[in-house]
Design a protein around this ligand. Structure first.
Ligand code: NOJ
Length: 557
């Protein structure tokens, strides 16, 4: 069956703020990205996802949008964006924009109007509630950043009511029950489609619907971090009944008629409920990325979890759904640090993870820097951190009596800032990211780990990504094949086949720090396996040869 363009795409996520600064103000920008398009083309990707580059006070680095129709001046102008879009398109690279539809910035004109009076035409664009009889918040929900007193409600003196914010008080939640808000959002989405963007990544799309009556939360997601009796229960506003109606309405008004690609950030999504959002019959969104494997806070996934999640999601393809693959993004740790080994085996483990992303079913999402094996960072001072979760978790820990040094060592490893330090272009000052003072410190590892050094190395991670991306074009099994694990539940080796009528590919990945013995099931062992790619130098051994730590091999029969 013919594939949609986005099923054949390899997407590269750009966190513009940290990518490339062209004017020395310490902040990455659009002209900076334009200058690097040839490098992205060379890598082989064919779609860019921009995290929000709209005008924003940058409380949450752009996920707090103040003007949905304009580019933040730190990144450039709308003209720059149009130029970039043209350039990308002329190079065969599509562009999808992040859309933040759950909340805006409090500096957005809609909120500025909304707070003015109870009868302002924009009042119901947001979720306002009167105080309880004792003056307290309408319910006990906590905000996700554990900001302020911890509540998800902020009182506004002007009209004597509280407004809801699942995140920062500077990021009020939008009210999807209100038709004029919907129409305003649809107009805005059409504006970007008319400009020529190819689709959208939808921020926290499962949180648009709030539970009827806004009842108190009972179950804390992480009791240790709840504050002052305000409970953070992620499920209160995630995948709430009625969410499908909202998503279908957006689809019917915008996504469907435009036939554009949409990928949702799938909090609360798993293989069991995914089809109700992403099957073509659901008429909601095209695809989703889930958190079943990747999480900045949880322990790395086990081999058993990997097999189960991949097998379950692969089955969804039979139902006409389409998955995505990724291990990291701007909200995570660096993948080689979290799921690989960023010491002795940094290079082979970065390559092994790339192979898992690029040879399992679905659209791969790469995050800037993984193609050179960028690693986590540990700052010593809380002043050097920027991520709202990190600041909130740190403050909560210290308030509960933790010693600041312990607190920083606890929040640092799971901070989103691990992924947000500037791209490491070369070994020059500030990793070649800026000639000014970077908005967030550069990872000191840049002297050894940078694009220039990687590309000069015979062991280049970048070159391995190029190779794998290339394989997707010449091996139909990667795009169309079924997935079958064949590793007898080995605690070290993940091995699977991808089979379509034309060919079978076999991937063998020793995801461990030790050598591993490995045997194939009999029927596979006797097939004539031809070498395709290996992440270590030297002779290409047979499938059942002992696998070195983090060795990964791909064969074809
Ligand atoms: C998910 C985004 O990826 C994250 O960076 C942001 O903080 C929250 N949504 C709130 O918009």
């Amino acid at each position: 069956m013919d594939k949609k363009w986005w099923q054949e795409a390899v997407v590269y996520e750009i966190y513009c703020k940290s990518f490339c600064d062209s004017n020395g103000d310490g902040i990455g920008d659009l002209p900076g990205v334009m200058g690097k398009l040839p490098m992205l083309k060379d890598l082989g990707i064919n779609c860019i996802w921009f995290t929000p580059i709209y005008k924003s006070p940058q409380v949450d680095n752009g996920y707090d949008v103040a003007d949905y129709y304009d580019i933040d001046p730190a990144y450039g102008t709308l003209e720059d964006f149009k130029k970039l879009l043209d350039m990308a398109h002329s190079m065969g690279i599509r562009v999808i924009m992040d859309q933040v539809l759950n909340h805006s910035s409090d500096e957005c004109v809609w909120f500025q109007e909304s707070r003015k009076s109870k009868d302002n035409p924009y009042r119901n664009f947001y979720i306002w509630q009167p105080p309880k009889a004792d003056g307290s918040e309408p319910n006990n929900w906590g905000n996700r950043f554990r900001e302020g007193n911890g509540s998800a409600w902020t009182f506004d003196e002007l009209t004597g009511e509280y407004y809801l914010h699942q995140y920062s008080a500077k990021m009020p939640d939008l009210n999807w029950e209100y038709e004029p808000l919907r129409q305003e959002i649809y107009k805005m989405l059409r504006f970007w489609l008319d400009l020529g963007v190819d689709g959208f990544r939808l921020d926290v799309f499962t949180r648009l619907k709030k539970p009827a009556g806004l009842p108190d939360a009972v179950n804390a997601s992480d009791p240790a971090l709840d504050r002052n009796g305000y409970i953070l229960d992620g499920s209160m506003c995630t995948c709430v009944e009625g969410i499908h109606e909202i998503l279908h309405d957006i689809w019917a008004n915008v996504f469907g008629p435009a036939d554009c690609y949409t990928v949702g950030e799938g909090s609360g999504i798993n293989a069991g409920n995914a089809a109700s959002y992403i099957s073509p019959a659901a008429q909601q969104i095209s695809s989703v990325y889930h958190f079943n494997l990747s999480s900045r806070k949880r322990e790395p996934f086990t081999h058993a979890q990997f097999r189960k999640v991949q097998s379950d999601w692969a089955k969804l393809h039979e139902a006409g759904c389409w998955a995505t693959q990724y291990f990291s993004n701007h909200d995570s740790q660096r993948q080689v640090s979290h799921y690989g080994n960023d010491g002795l085996y940094r290079v082979p483990s970065a390559k092994l993870l790339a192979a898992l992303t690029l040879t399992t079913p679905g659209t791969p999402y790469l995050y800037q820097g993984e193609e050179i094996g960028m690693v986590n960072v540990q700052f010593d001072s809380i002043e050097d951190y920027n991520c709202r979760y990190t600041l909130g978790d740190y403050a909560a820990m210290v308030a509960q009596g933790a010693d600041p040094k312990t607190a920083i060592r606890t929040v640092g490893p799971r901070s989103r800032d691990n992924a947000r330090t500037p791209y490491q272009w070369n070994a020059a000052e500030n990793a070649g990211f800026t000639t000014g003072k970077p908005w967030i410190k550069v990872n000191p590892a840049y002297k050894e780990i940078n694009l220039e050094a990687d590309r000069e190395s015979p062991d280049s991670i970048f070159a391995w990504y190029q190779k794998l991306i290339g394989l997707r074009k010449t091996h139909p099994a990667i795009l169309n094949g079924g997935l079958e694990f064949c590793d007898a539940d080995s605690p070290q080796v993940l091995a699977y086949t991808r089979s379509c009528p034309e060919e079978t590919l076999l991937v063998i990945a020793n995801k461990s720090d030790a050598e591993a013995e490995f045997a194939l099931p009999e029927e596979l062992a006797k097939r004539p396996w031809q070498p395709v790619a290996r992440n270590l130098p030297g002779d290409f051994p047979a499938p059942e040869a002992t696998a070195k730590p983090w060795e990964c091999r791909i064969y074809k029969a």
